[in-house]
Ligand binder design. Structure first.
Ligand SMILES: [Zn+2]
Length: 487
């Protein structure tokens, strides 16, 4: 599991605190010794440096490695120049115990108070139903559904579900009235997501009527099957085919039934693959599948390659051997685009360390979910290692100044830790998520973060944060909202 990524250089204060700065090779200082020392950074423990000595004499043939473990505690090390997009992480790393202040007794009342705040502000009028799940009242309905599913909130379950139904009914009415059928097929910004969440809420209330929104959702597959159904780009997560597949995946998970037939899924996956092949060929890309959205070749989860590939992996059973090969080649291609634990917003861009985006929407916190899915399917350690490196970057630079949300806020960062906890079982990641939750309630965060324009929003506002706090109470089941990799 050793990865030669060098050691962090404490002396280079202007560098971001990534664990994996490249270090040079030092020759041994002992007189007469020809060995060279490399310092490796262990990707799992991260804070343990391991010194590896290569006895190496000129002309001595092949090298033999002697591994010497040198304990090196760099707790709380921070650079003097910090990224302007995030707060400096003030916390020491995990020392073997979780935070007692984050107990059920403390967090449940915080969740209840936060839900009350959202309910006081959420518009419940059909004229205010724009924004879909991402930004509209429908996202609040999903949050209420999510909280009501947690046994710790059983006393509030009926009230939350009834309120959720009221909100989602208005949202569905709004979606029904949408004249553009392509927008009705959109997941996070349109009707498909609203119908999906309506079916979940109805099912949870025990209403047989859940088949109505479900039928509306199912009927949309025909809309997004044609290869170029959207001018702006037909394949990404928010409005494109990957989103439709993602909604179907979450619905299958929550309702426990097949949502689309194998043939329907296959036709959508094939359209995604054909679209990506045509684009890559047309633009002379040196790899098999690529996409663009409004002319930009995004790589991250929001509109980019990573969530498209994540969906293709989620449905890889319907793909032919050749199609599967194309998908896995593309996964490995994207893995190779990593720059110091992160991915640029768009293909070919160079990341500026002091100004990099470490968001779920753009960057490592979203891309991590693709590699988690890849690891869950084939158990290859390089995919888990990639996720772990994402987590290290998020620990350093994930206390974002753009609010508490899940798209480009602190809760979105913390979901990477909950993902890593589920992949590794390592309690360190629960601890890190707890620290991020703690930070949300500090004065430093309240005064230093950008004010919220979408207070109630599932992705940018408090509703996503509430989902995160609930998931932190049940980390064995935690999943980024509506973006499951454990189906
Ligand atoms: Zn975002």
């Amino acid at each position: 599991m050793l990865v030669d990524r060098g050691q962090p250089s404490k002396s280079r204060d202007s560098e971001a605190p990534c664990c994996f700065q490249t270090s040079g090779v030092q020759s041994c200082t002992l007189a007469g010794c020809w060995s060279y020392r490399h310092r490796f950074w262990h990707p799992i423990s991260c804070r343990t440096s391991i010194q590896v000595t290569f006895p190496w004499k000129p002309g001595a043939g092949s090298r033999r490695c002697v591994v010497v473990v040198v304990a090196s505690e760099l707790c709380c090390w921070r650079p003097s120049v910090m990224d302007t997009r995030c707060f400096a992480n003030p916390f020491c790393d995990y020392k073997g115990s979780l935070l007692p202040a984050q107990s059920i007794q403390t967090v449940v009342p915080i969740v209840l108070a936060s839900v009350d705040k959202v309910l006081k502000k959420v518009p419940v009028d059909i004229s205010d139903c724009d924004g879909g799940l991402y930004d509209g009242p429908a996202g609040v309905a999903y949050m209420l559904y999510h909280v009501s599913e947690c046994p710790l909130f059983s006393d509030q379950r009926d009230l939350y579900l009834k309120t959720a139904k009221h909100i989602i009914d208005l949202s569905a009415e709004c979606a029904d009235a949408e004249p553009d059928k392509n927008m009705r097929a959109a997941f996070l910004l349109g009707g498909a997501g609203i119908y999906a969440v309506a079916a979940m809420i109805y099912k949870s209330l025990g209403l047989a009527d859940f088949v109505k929104p479900l039928s509306r959702f199912r009927s949309l597959w025909e809309v997004c099957a044609p290869i170029r159904f959207l001018e702006c780009g037909s394949d990404e997560l928010f409005v494109g085919r990957a989103g439709y597949l993602c909604a179907a995946l979450v619905l299958k998970q929550k309702l426990g039934i097949e949502i689309l037939s194998k043939e329907q899924i296959k036709s959508i996956c094939q359209a995604i693959i054909e679209s990506g092949r045509q684009y890559a060929r047309r633009k002379r890309k040196p790899f098999p599948l690529m996409y663009s959205y409004y002319g930009t070749e995004y790589l991250g989860a929001a509109h980019g390659l990573s969530s498209v590939l994540q969906m293709l992996l989620s449905y890889q059973d319907v793909l032919s051997g050749m199609e599967r090969d194309l998908v896995w080649q593309s996964v490995d291609f994207l893995m190779n685009q990593e720059q110091n634990c992160n991915w640029p917003v768009e293909l070919g861009a160079i990341i500026e360390r002091e100004n990099e985006l470490v968001h779920w929407c753009h960057g490592a916190p979203g891309v991590a979910f693709l590699f988690a899915k890849a690891y869950l399917i084939n158990k290859k350690p390089q995919y888990l290692d990639t996720c772990i490196r994402c987590g290290e970057l998020v620990w350093q630079k994930g206390l974002l100044k753009k609010g508490p949300g899940i798209c480009h806020g602190v809760a979105g960062s913390a979901y990477v830790f909950l993902l890593l906890y589920r992949l590794t079982g390592n309690s360190k990641y629960i601890y890190r998520a707890q620290r991020f939750a703690e930070f949300l309630f500090t004065e430093e965060f309240k005064t230093g973060s950008r004010s919220l324009t979408s207070f109630c929003s599932l992705f940018e506002g408090l509703s996503g944060t509430i989902c995160f706090l609930v998931d932190l109470l049940q980390p064995d089941q935690a999943e980024f909202p509506l973006f499951s990799v454990f189906v």
